[in-house]
Design a protein around this ligand. Structure first.
Ligand code: TYD
Length: 219
């Protein structure tokens, strides 16, 4: 299974990637968690732009994310190889992040779809729908730069709109599981597991039932 977690900054994708992986491992599945931008050369370049160490117009950054994605997928020991070995791959962000964030930066959605065409569609996309207010609170609690809160709020609202638009196209989504990301970690994980069990029942039979059981060791 190739599972992608998506959501706004502060939505909880990193935490839930970790928790979902731990839960699946408890059930005996082999998992590999990863993220985009990846740790590869194109991912590092994209991250240096996001962090302000390099400057690049939005179209260049979009191409950087797309190049990183293809590298991350097809490199030795990349996503494709892991899936071929029967490992469940869980990635924190994938194509939908580009469709949402880069179209929020003013780029054309069809062009973004085109430059990502070589990226395979995941089996499941988990969208953590966390309110902009909660995302801003979490970003602030992490001590990240919130100098221009008004600007950041507007950007998150815009990105959320673009996420919903991109999700409605169904492209690069696979089966969609939407979870309300505003609750506690355990609560959000429960929603993800329930959603996956529902969506995967026909594909996975008994595993669907297993996934819906409460995770152990989570308070
Ligand atoms: P993330 O790893 O979630 O942030 P952090 O390193 O702080 O945990 O993602 C980095 C940022 O990159 C995030 O704001 C979303 C953005 N991004 C895009 O704009 N397009 C993309 O294609 C991807 C993968 C990420």
């Amino acid at each position: 299974m190739f599972i992608v977690l998506e959501g706004l900054d502060g939505a909880g994708t990193t935490t839930q990637t970790r928790l979902l992986s731990a839960h699946l491992r408890q059930w005996g599945f082999e998992t590999w968690t990863t993220r985009e931008p990846s740790a590869g050369p194109f991912g590092k370049a994209a991250r240096s732009v996001i962090e302000g160490d390099e400057t690049l117009p939005p179209a260049g950054l979009a191409l950087g994310f797309a190049a990183d994605r293809i590298h991350h997928m097809f490199k030795p020991d990349g996503i494709e190889e892991m899936l071929a070995r029967g490992v469940w791959v869980i990635t924190d962000r994938y194509v939908l992040s580009s469709l949402a964030y880069q179209s929020a930066q003013g780029l054309d959605l069809n062009w973004l779809i085109e430059i990502n065409r070589a990226a395979p569609t995941p089996d499941v996309t988990v969208f953590l729908d966390t309110s902009v207010r909660v995302c801003l609170e979490r970003i602030q609690a992490r001590g990240e730069n919130l100098e221009d809160k008004f600007h950041q709020r507007t950007a998150l609202l815009n990105t959320r709109r673009q996420y919903l638009h991109a999700l409605s196209s169904g492209l690069f989504v696979g089966k969609l599981v939407t979870a309300d990301g505003n609750g506690s970690k355990a609560d959000v994980l429960q929603q993800i597991l329930r959603g996956m069990a529902e969506e995967l029942q026909t594909d996975l039979g008994v595993f669907g039932g297993m996934l819906s059981q409460p995770p152990r060791g989570l308070g």
